[in-house]
Design a protein. Sequence first.
Length: 266
Amino acid sequence: MAGLALSGMATAQTSDLVSKTALRVCADPANYPMSAQDGTGFENKLADLIADRLGVPVQYTWYPMATGFVRNTLRANRCDIVMGYAQGHELVLNTNHYYTSSYTLVVPADGPLSGVTTLSDPALRDKVIGIIAGSPPATHMARNGLMLKARAYNLVVDRRHESPAIDMLDDLAADTTDAAILWGPLAGPLVKQQYPGLKVIPLTQETLPPRLFFRITMGVRQGEKVWQRKLNSLIRRNQSEINALLDTAGVPLLNDMGTDMLDPSK
């Protein structure tokens, strides 16, 4: 009984850390099109939606999404939620996922690679393909003999000073490379807004590991079960509006198994 009482006290104390007067968001100030200090990212708009449903304003703690992000924001009690976090990550307590997306192949829309749907397609042989170093698709590229001419871009950077995604798409638009492989929630919105000559192809047909699709959640502090359940309820009740927001931004939305595109209207 004493152990149960102590456990209950610890839970109450942890839950009390969540602000009742603002939605305190931990975010990267320069991770556009996801988050941006000027509020234009789709995760900013999602935060606005959640805050509106809670009846409180949004308050940001800005910190580069790199080593130490969770330690210096969420765990330091400077904020209470990270808007986009891959399901199953041990640094945070995940809510239910609110969308599923995948890595994508980006190619010229009217070029010879516009019909490619898998990384094993012979049409990709001898092509210069941009890839974020150390990302899951690199393993698939190596398996299919595509690394010899690959152009690597940095994975962990301070996006206030360097933007690998935009560098990759700029190179593709300038014909410096033939294709690019990029996380869909980055590729889709950027191409929709800035690169009308490019096409984004979700890689939904890869059957070998590592998987290229991920379910995205909101991350909260470990132990914040009350807050997690409140957010789960908000996600469930507002899923259609969340889908519409992400679709408008250009995020490729997939079914839960990452095998097919999702119809946001359903």
